[in-house]
Design a protein around this ligand. Structure first.
Ligand SMILES: *[C@@H]1O[C@H](CO)[C@@H](O)[C@H](O)[C@H]1NC(C)=O
Ligand SMILES: *[C@@H]1O[C@H](CO)[C@@H](O)[C@H](O)[C@H]1NC(C)=O
Ligand SMILES: *[C@@H]1O[C@H](CO)[C@@H](O)[C@H](O)[C@H]1NC(C)=O
Ligand SMILES: *[C@@H]1O[C@H](CO)[C@@H](O)[C@H](O)[C@H]1NC(C)=O
Ligand SMILES: *[C@@H]1O[C@H](CO)[C@@H](O)[C@H](O)[C@H]1NC(C)=O
Length: 257
């Protein structure tokens, strides 16, 4: 998906693309780069970025750290985009932090930047605007904090995650909710199937963010999962939870290569 241009080539390409675009907000840049704007939320410790609309919990413990962003409606896709990874750089503004090479950050989508239609002047997260509300530490890597908002270029990139996909078992025996996180590859999960040792594969339903739910009777059975991402690839984790699994436990499965 991502062509690994070296930074200088990417920058040159970007500058040409931006020149061609001449301010058009929605047009697509060459090589998967697109344009948007970025703001930031929360403090430097990022505690306000935890427990967002994607259903993740403590992002430090879950491996996302502070390298996260909230997405506007146009990018969020009703929560299906949760877990997607982006490379972002500030562009074309006096507020961009300068360097001999373009400064880019890599972030995972963990939250939603809600629209606000009552706001008199344009709310940056209203449709159809593509907008990243970054954690403050990430915003400060590419732009002067006091600017508040900067134009950016961005593209989807593969997610670099440590270890396997994690499955947090929540809910109750009749309504089992599984949070799927630390997903590599393109990162955004579009389908999950579950199998108890005594059941067939059962389609799970997405509840919200990356929380998937099933009514299948899998308590007291070892549990397997099939996780499919937006590029159509699937990773199977067989018997990832033992028959003795308990609610609120998290299990580690296989990972996208
Ligand atoms: C993070 O920073 C905010 C604002 O400075 C503060 O209110 C909060 O207590 C801090 N949280 C942690 C966990 O340090
Ligand atoms: C998240 O987990 C880390 C590491 O366990 C901990 O230091 C931090 O206080 C937690 N943050 C919140 C907001 O609970
Ligand atoms: C970055 O460079 C531009 C163009 O030279 C300049 O206008 C801007 O003030 C610089 N920004 C910072 C933060 O130094
Ligand atoms: C929406 O914007 C208005 C006007 O700025 C503000 O008073 C209100 O609190 C905002 N609503 C939310 C949910 O942020
Ligand atoms: C799981 O965690 C939730 C939230 O912390 C708690 O309300 C619930 O009682 C826990 N369930 C079990 C079985 O430990």
């Amino acid at each position: 998906m991502v062509v690994n241009l070296n930074a200088t080539a990417a920058h040159t390409l970007l500058m040409i693309a931006i020149a061609v675009l001449a301010g058009s907000v929605d047009a697509q840049i060459e090589d998967g780069w697109d344009v948007a704007h970025a703001t930031n939320y929360g403090s430097m410790n990022g505690s306000e970025t935890m427990q967002g609309a994607c259903g993740y919990g403590n992002l430090t413990e879950q491996g996302y750290g502070l390298e996260t962003t909230a997405l506007s409606t146009a990018l969020f896709n009703g929560g299906l985009r949760c877990g997607a990874c982006y490379e972002i750089m500030c562009r074309d503004s006096k507020w961009c932090l300068n360097s001999t090479k373009p400064i880019t950050i890599h972030v995972t989508a963990t939250n939603f930047c809600p629209p606000n239609y009552t706001q008199p002047t344009g709310n940056w997260c209203n449709p159809p605007l593509k907008h990243f509300d970054l954690s403050q530490p990430m915003f400060r890597k590419i732009a002067i904090y006091e600017s508040g908002i900067v134009p950016v270029a961005y593209r989807r990139v593969y997610c670099s995650k440590h270890g396997g996909i994690r499955f947090e078992m929540k809910g109750n025996p009749y309504w089992i909710l599984v949070l799927v996180y630390n997903v590599g590859g393109v990162g955004d999960v579009t389908n999950v199937k579950v199998k108890g040792s005594n059941t067939n594969w059962v389609q799970m339903t997405r509840s919200w963010g990356q929380n998937w739910v099933t009514g299948a009777p899998i308590v007291g059975q070892s549990v397997s999962f099939q996780v499919t991402t937006s590029d159509g690839r699937m990773v199977e984790s067989i018997n990832v939870a033992p028959a003795t699994w308990k609610f609120n436990q998290t299990f580690e499965g296989n990972q996208f290569k």
